[in-house]
Write a protein that binds this ligand. Structure first.
Ligand code: SF4
Length: 714
């Protein structure tokens, strides 16, 4: 490796593609702001992407030197009402005072903390500790709640442990059949598409379940296009047929599971003909899917946001897990259920304590033993730790009410939260808002204090990919003088709030504490070190290091190898058996009616990422995907007398979003699709429904009732 080249990982999605960053020689990059200081060069030693990157990863360095990047703190002036430059001392003091004031006046739970699934493990860990130890608040959650919380809940319920994929991606091409539910890999993580291509080249079969015929669905042997919000019924229909046709694995059910009679009865109550009526997928297609899945010697079901972002997301994922269990496709080589996590550290972000109900190591905040363990590591009394707080949407909804001030890191809920106009209004009603970000996002623009922070290439830290592989992102260049790392921000705030110790700024020091905090927990990182990650290219958790093994590791002796594949010897439940959970179909929280007769579903496009705060500021990406659109079937377009490119409004009970019509037969005629990356009049989340799943508290982004109107010039 050349001295000027640093191996690292992409700052965006959960695939965490490997890349090398090479310094651009002085002069070659130009001078001043706008001169890109590093370039991405191929890194082929990381097995997940083998050098391949999508446009987002390839262009990621552009934001490092972007003219729109924040390079100094901002404080809102009382005189003008505008954000104005300030020193770091002033900004940190104003933030500490703003948070402390709410705590003094209204109690600790009047202070909220909102994190992000893009924060490194070290930041997520420190943010959770900061909230609970320094602020003493229970009111912390993060945007990952909007990402994979239903799959996590279903995973825990069935298997006793949640790791997005319980097997490495490299297993996918070697299985017999993949059912991909509500995932458009071709747009969300393009390098991962090769796993499906190789699957088919190896003779495996691919079934894609999606109301749209996406670029991913075009690769499938069988595409099922259910009505949005009916994936649960579809899974029940497939399980019903598997039972009726004698395709279940009774030996596996008897030896490795519990709860089958109840789950079986629930599935048998959902007749295929009824499923056809609910989902719009014909019984012959259902039979074909069941035969394809069950005839293969091994099989996997992979879900993403489609089935998960529903007010019944946990039960929907549970229904797919039941199908896996009933057919013996779990806890065996090359078989199982997995969730394709979306955000860069969506997996690690939910393991280390920024989630409302969790402590580091995926420990439960309600478990006395877990509280005692983490309190010991943190040097505080267990009963000083607050209990579980509000989930992400509930926390945002409480702003300006019981929650008076907010510290927000690595998230842009003005664009990404459901019922976004309401969330924006709640943010505006706060007594105090501080936002740490790299650009003036739509949420940062509302803040009283804006704290400009370092970007991925300017700091070291770990992330945990969708496979549960802990990875090291390395610092490749020095940050501009006006910015600080999130860890430095939390250190400074902790100091001002009376905690001079316990909040180090060195990421490796934080990780060493994280190792101790996670030891013995479900997500055990105690055997993982920066050195091991660097040497091995990544380590899968759980990777425990029993007392005494540190010396052996230092001496070069054998250590725990990490766990690429979970559940092969038993599930993580008390009796080692996977749990069937009986589930039943229920309608979406909002079904079409005469006033709102069409279904809206939302998603992503390849050139943008999440709220677009970063990617909308990268010229190449912005050119490729400059704004929202409304995808609709020709029959709907004809009924509305709308032509391709004409502006339409999508209107729900919560508001309206506009965009040009994109007319295509690749979507169901009863459904329109909008990507959600943009603010303003095209903000899709103005329209979406915050109805929550009762278990995961996931909002129903993926289905709501709307009216579509042509917007005509007067
Ligand atoms: Fe980055 Fe994801 Fe694109 Fe890979 S697929 S380059 S991790 S955004």
């Amino acid at each position: 490796m050349r001295d000027d080249t640093t191996p690292t990982h992409c700052p965006y999605c959960a695939l965490q593609c490997g890349m090398n960053l090479r310094r651009v020689p002085a002069g070659a990059a130009g001078t001043g702001r706008g001169a890109v200081p590093v370039e991405v060069v191929e890194r082929t030693d990381f097995p997940v992407n083998r050098g391949a990157l999508c446009g987002k990863g390839r262009t990621a360095p552009e934001l490092l030197s972007s003219r729109v990047r924040l390079t100094g703190p901002l404080i809102r002036s009382h005189a003008t009402g505008r954000l104005a430059p300030a020193t770091w001392e002033e900004a940190l003091r104003a933030t500490a005072e703003g948070l402390a004031r709410s705590r003094t006046d209204h109690g600790p739970d009047a202070v909220g903390v909102f994190g992000g699934g893009g924060l490194t493990n070290e930041k997520a860990y420190t943010l959770g500790k900061f909230a609970r130890v320094v602020l003493g608040t229970s009111q912390i959650d993060y945007n990952g709640r909007f990402c994979m919380s239903s799959a996590a809940a279903a995973h825990n319920r069935a298997f006793g442990l949640d790791r997005g994929l319980p097997f490495p991606l490299e297993d996918i091409p070697r299985t017999g059949c993949v059912v991909l539910v509500g995932s458009n890999l071709a747009e969300t993580m393009p390098p991962a598409l090769r796993y499906l291509t190789e699957l088919r080249e190896n003779g495996g079969r691919l079934i894609v379940v999606d109301p749209r015929r996406t670029r991913t669905a075009e690769q499938a042997d069988l595409h099922l296009a259910p009505r949005p919000g009916t994936d649960l019924a579809l899974a029940l229909g497939m399980l019903h047929l598997a039972v009726a046709e004698g395709r279940t694995d009774e030996e596996f059910i008897a030896s490795r599971t519990s709860g089958w009679p109840e789950a079986r009865a629930a599935a048998m109550a959902h007749w295929p003909e009824w499923v056809e009526r609910i989902t719009g997928v014909g019984v012959p297609r259902l039979r074909e899917a069941v035969a394809m899945f069950c005839d293969a010697p091994t099989g996997m079901v992979l879900t993403a946001r489609g089935p998960e972002q529903q007010s019944k997301g946990t039960d929907t994922v549970g229904a797919w897990i039941n199908l896996c269990l009933a057919t013996g496709r779990a806890g065996r080589p090359l078989s199982g259920y997995g969730c394709l996590t979306g955000q860069g550290n969506g997996q690690g972000g939910r393991e280390h304590g920024q989630k409302a109900d969790q402590l580091p190591g995926y420990r439960s905040l309600e478990d006395p033993a877990a509280r005692a363990h983490v309190a010991r590591v943190w040097g505080v009394a267990p009963d000083s730790l607050p209990g579980p707080g509000r989930s992400a949407y509930e926390l945002l909804d409480a702003l300006g009410g019981p929650v008076r001030s907010l510290l927000l890191m690595g998230s842009n809920p003005v664009v990404s939260a459901p019922r976004a106009a309401h969330v924006e209004e709640r943010l505006r009603s706060l007594d105090f808002l501080a936002v740490a970000d790299v650009v003036l996002s739509e949420t940062a623009a509302l803040a009283d204090v804006v704290l400009p922070v370092t970007q991925w290439a300017e700091e070291t830290g770990t992330t945990t990919s969708l496979e549960g592989r802990v990875l090291l992102r390395r610092r490749a260049l020095t940050a501009p003088p006006g910015v600080r790392s999130d860890l430095e921000v939390l250190h400074g705030l902790a100091e001002l709030l009376g905690h001079e110790k316990g909040f180090p700024t060195d990421p490796e020091e934080v990780f060493e504490e994280l190792r101790r905090a996670t030891a013995g927990g479900p997500a055990d990182y105690s055997g993982i070190t920066y050195r091991r990650i660097a040497e091995e290219g990544g380590v899968f958790w759980p990777c425990p290091e029993p007392v005494g093994d540190a010396a052996r590791r230092e001496a070069g002796g054998a250590v725990h190898p990490g766990t690429p594949r979970l559940f092969l010897d038993g599930f993580a439940t008390p009796d080692g058996r996977a749990r069937f959970v009986p589930v039943a179909h229920r309608p979406a929280a909002e079904e079409p009616d005469a006033e709102y007769p069409v279904l809206l579903t939302t998603g992503r496009v390849v050139a943008q990422y999440q709220s677009g705060a970063q990617t909308r500021r990268v010229a190449e990406l912005n050119k490729a995907a400059p704004g929202p659109f409304v995808e609709m079937h020709p029959r709907l377009a004809e009924a509305l007398r709308v032509a391709e490119g004409e502006t339409v409004a999508v209107v729900s009970r919560r508001g309206r979003a506009e965009g040009p019509a994109r007319v295509t037969a690749a979507i169901r005629a009863d459904t329109v699709f909008m990507p959600f990356h943009w603010p303003g009049s095209g903000r899709a989340n103005t329209v979406t429904n915050p109805a929550l799943d009762p278990t995961s508290r996931m909002p129903e982004f993926k289905v709501c009732a709307v009216r579509v109107e042509a917007v005509r010039e007067e």
